[in-house]
Design a protein around this ligand. Sequence first.
Ligand SMILES: Cc1ncc(COP(=O)(O)O)c(C=O)c1O
Length: 411
Amino acid sequence: MSNHGHLWLPFTQMAAFSFEERTFVRGEGCELIDARGRRLFDAISSVWTTIHGHGHPHIVEAIARQAAKLDHATALGAANPPAVALAERLGALTGLECAFFSGDGASAVEAALKIALQYWRNVGQPARTRFAHLTHAYHGDTAAAMSVSDIALFKERFAPLLFETLPYEALPETLERHDLAAVIVEPRVQAAAGMLIVPEDAYAPLRVARNRPLVIVDEIATGFGRTGPMFAFTALGLEPDLVCLGKGITGGTLALSATLAREYIYAAFLGEHREGRHLFHGHSYAANPIACAGALASLEVFDREHTLAHVAELDLALQPLMERVREHALVREVRRIGLMCAIELRAQEIDAGAAVSPAWRIADELYRRGQFTRPLGDAIQLVPPPAAARTELESFTYALLDALDAVLGSA
Ligand SMILES: Cc1ncc(COP(=O)(O)O)c(C=O)c1O
């Protein structure tokens, strides 16, 4: 395979990319197996998607069964049983009764923003058109999701596509504005910004805001147990009007996302067809039956394997492991909530060598030690699948300490 192949990868400099070095051909449990037969612990859950490990038999079987029965049928004006069942199950889990399905996380965010806009129009407040978001926010790479994000690196090339937002720091005053449609927040941790931990009091103004503008919680990275509870917003006392889910929703097997809404939002879209109150938004593969069947099977595995209890055990196990990492001379700080960890390096003390950056040098060293991760700026991330074994977290930690020692020794 050449560097100038036909496949174009996201967030990847293809001129420096080696298909031989980085092609995964199999997944087994929490490991990925590359084309050279090397086994790697998937220390980032394939960017926060994998939950029960790769190729979990219960999910694989559910997907295969559904594919043989009904692979796809449009959701534009037609329902299917797995989508109906999943909407009900997510409603029971979150308290938000209605589910609108899309594909990727950014699509769920786009849908949430458009639902908010059309909601205010439908209830006779069309002036509510503006959005506010947290500092350092990240909600995805499509145009509206980028607009409500705050990481310059991801936005700066695309300014002509973006709209202006209102400052979150001005809350609670901003909440009083009659042009504010919604406030969107990541709960507790901002993953893409480097697992930044949001102080709990940042959410305080939103606890009283329900339906005044709408409050949108983006659980795409944090949902399905990664911070400890099934959903992070439940630990914050928030009662969001809309919740976005993605990534782990299918256990990390298929592209599916959901925008959950409270019943009063949904009700504002009901009326005679000619009134045009129904939601003017949707995608070809919305509510795909195979993906919904995979998601239902993943939720069954949560119950059968007591996944959240296992997450609590891993959370405890990580405490002393991350303490040891924190003490290393090349580590500036460790940020962690549940299974979402960022190890911020003293990057200026690490020679990047031939690597893209100091953190990439460490990530490359980790790859050689059977650990697959991807830096976030100057931080190494550890976001293991909730199904990971305690011993896998120990192996990652020892490999990281060894990689850091090797780099320190070579300085
Ligand atoms: C909080 C959050 N929202 C939205 C997204 C976008 O999801 P996707 O990459 O599936 O479009 C991400 C992706 O990392 C995310 O972390």
